[in-house]
Design a protein around this ligand. Structure first.
Ligand code: ATP
Ligand code: MG
Length: 279
């Protein structure tokens, strides 16, 4: 690649201190039913229903819910990867729907995304370093390759990915947990102001999970805002000060994570808590 994609003015979006980083108002995402067996249509699915939330600079929110509750769809809708059927998403005080193409691109570049599945989301033919540098090269061009390489190395070290695998192709020789740390490095290399991560430690063991969470919380301490999706209430408590519990696409409870876990008000949150393993 010889140069960066035409860079829109990254300061063209307002970000005064009083603006929320993210404001979601009555968001709904409906998927059209596929034609079923013998062409019979099934029912449309509301993966997200009437959901509202907001996030300030440096704030963290865990989105918790069982499988199929709409967590991934919510993150995808925030990034414009799933089209909202109802409601609106505002980033840095501007409605995404009202943004021009350049403004959307600028907003997207201020967001990091760590998708749920590191098998399908990483470019298989690139090396680990190449995969981590890819977003940097797309934004800054090959002219700043050396700087990108430096950043890729320091991010991978921070995430404690063994140096022996940095030159390996993603397709071969990487475990699920290692792939997930490569995905984390890809999401962090551009120093996002807002990070959306989907089950970021699902494939980590206890120690590497702690390392990934430590890196995320360091970035949050520096001012990054974060939404962390998980089905694990203990991870939600460790990673974020606020939590939102999703069920069937709707928020059933929202509040300070510690309070919610100590004293859950919704029966569904109580059921999630009672399902936690006890020593
Ligand atoms: N592209 C799609 N087309 C049709 N239905 C979809 C699509 N994506 C998701 N859904 C449906 O939307 C609902 C929510 O799915 P989603 O992937 O957001 O759940 P999730 O909470 O992330 O689940 P998990 O914890 O298993 O990752 C599910 O019923 C799912 O079948
Ligand atoms: Mg999901």
């Amino acid at each position: 690649m010889s140069g960066a994609i035409d860079s829109p003015n990254l300061t063209s979006l307002p970000s005064s201190p009083e603006d929320a980083v993210l404001r979601v108002n009555e968001l709904g995402v409906r998927f059209k039913a596929h034609s079923g067996l013998f062409g019979r249509p099934g029912e449309d699915v509301w993966a997200v229903k009437s959901l509202s939330l907001s996030l300030e600079r440096g704030e963290t929110l865990s989105v918790v819910g069982e499988s199929g509750s709409g967590k991934t769809t919510l993150l995808r809708a925030l990034l414009g990867l799933a089209a909202p059927t109802t409601g609106s998403v505002e980033l840095w005080g501007r409605s995404v729907a009202a943004m021009s193409y350049d403004e959307r691109l600028a907003a997207r570049r201020r967001c990091g995304y760590m998708p749920q599945d590191p098998y399908s989301s990483l470019p298989p033919t690139l090396t680990v370093l190449g995969a981590v540098m890819e977003p940097w090269i797309i934004v800054h061009g090959a002219g700043r390759r050396e700087e990108g390489m430096e950043r890729a190395r320091s991010t991978l070290s921070e995430l404690k990915l063994p140096e022996e695998v940095w030159g390996a192709r993603v397709r071969c020789s990487l475990s699920g947990g290692q792939r997930q740390r490569v995905a984390a490095a890809r999401a962090l290399i551009l120093s996002p102001e807002l990070l959306l991560c989907d089950e970021p430690t699902a494939m980590q063991d206890v120690s590497t999970r702690g390392e990934v969470l430590e890196v995320l919380s360091r970035r949050v301490a520096e001012g990054m805002s974060m939404i962390l999706v998980t089905h694990d209430l203990l991870l939600a408590r460790r990673a974020a000060s606020r939590a939102l519990v999703l069920r069937g696409g709707s928020a059933v409870e929202e509040g300070l994570t510690a309070d919610m876990l100590r004293n859950p008000s919704h029966p569904y949150t109580r059921a999630l808590l009672s399902a936690l393993p006890r020593l």
